[in-house]
Write a new protein. Structure first.
Length: 268
């Protein structure tokens, strides 16, 4: 049974590895390969802390999230569920960590390198762009152990793949291939395993070159499409556009275009 669930400081092992492979890009790697990167509370705490650092860092424009070993993340920490029952799910600290991950304002890319099951898929669904290796398996197997997705899976999957296919995934618990996930609109690209991270970092680098001040507005606007009726979404888009005009980078982008020169964004 894992003993690291109560605090990210209870073990010397880093449960989330952080690196900066390119200017403006942070790579976060879930690091419990022996547990297929099961999402213990401690791991979520480290992930939330790294994302908070990235959000506060004016030099960070995009974050890539992946997993060590054979999995992106294979779900929740079952040993913790067995010991604590409903408290393992309803733990206010765990839920607050999940909410802070969900609320990350900057662009977040999931590089799904293997299994993304249960809570692992729900974590991937918090990301803005999902890429997967051609060997990845995605699914919601909770029904097989007398449960169902409880961290957003029942709400986000229908918005991406439609009600019928979401029901099929949730009610059978059977995983799907990356190719089928792409056809259903769950992920944007399928890559050979040895190209996955390279491609994710390539996209992240492109995003990081844009204005760090403006990309959160764009992310918020696109997400509104899944959360609001069309009329309300259009209103939210208009409000965000007006807010963005108050930034230096919005004005600089217009001036640079008019003057036929590259924009010099300052991230504000």
């Amino acid at each position: 049974m894992s003993t690291d669930r109560d605090s990210p400081k209870t073990s010397d092992v880093q449960l989330v590895l952080a690196s900066r492979p390119a200017d403006g890009v942070v790579l976060l790697t879930l690091n419990r390969p022996d547990k297929l990167n099961a999402l213990s509370k401690a791991l979520l705490g480290e992930l939330e802390a790294h994302l908070a650092d990235a959000e506060a860092d004016p030099e960070t424009g995009c974050v890539v999230l992946t997993g060590a070993g054979r999995a992106f993340a294979a779900g929740a920490d079952i040993s913790d569920m067995l010991e604590r029952g409903v408290d393992s799910y309803a733990d206010p600290e765990r839920l607050s960590r999940w909410a802070r991950i969900e609320g990350f304002r900057k662009p977040l890319i999931a590089a799904i390198n293997g299994y993304a099951l249960g809570g692992g898929l729900e974590l991937a669904l918090l990301c803005d762009i999902l890429l997967a290796s051609d060997t990845a398996k995605l699914g919601t197997p909770e029904i097989k152990i007398g449960s169902f997705p409880g961290d957003g899976g029942t709400q986000r999957l229908p918005r991406l793949v439609g009600n019928s296919f979401a029901m099929q995934m949730v009610l059978t618990g059977e995983p799907i291939s990356a190719d089928l996930a792409e056809r259903k609109g769950l992920i944007s690209e399928v890559l050979p395993a040895d190209r996955l991270l390279e491609r994710a970092l390539e996209i992240a680098g492109q995003i990081a070159q844009r204005s760090v001040a403006i990309t959160p507005y764009a992310k918020t606007a696109v997400r509104a499409a899944a959360e609001l009726p069309l009329a309300e979404g259009l209103l939210r888009e208009r409000e965000l556009t007006i807010e963005a005009f108050e930034t230096h980078d919005r004005v600089e982008g217009l001036r640079a275009f008019a003057e036929k020169r590259p924009a010099k964004f300052k991230g504000k």
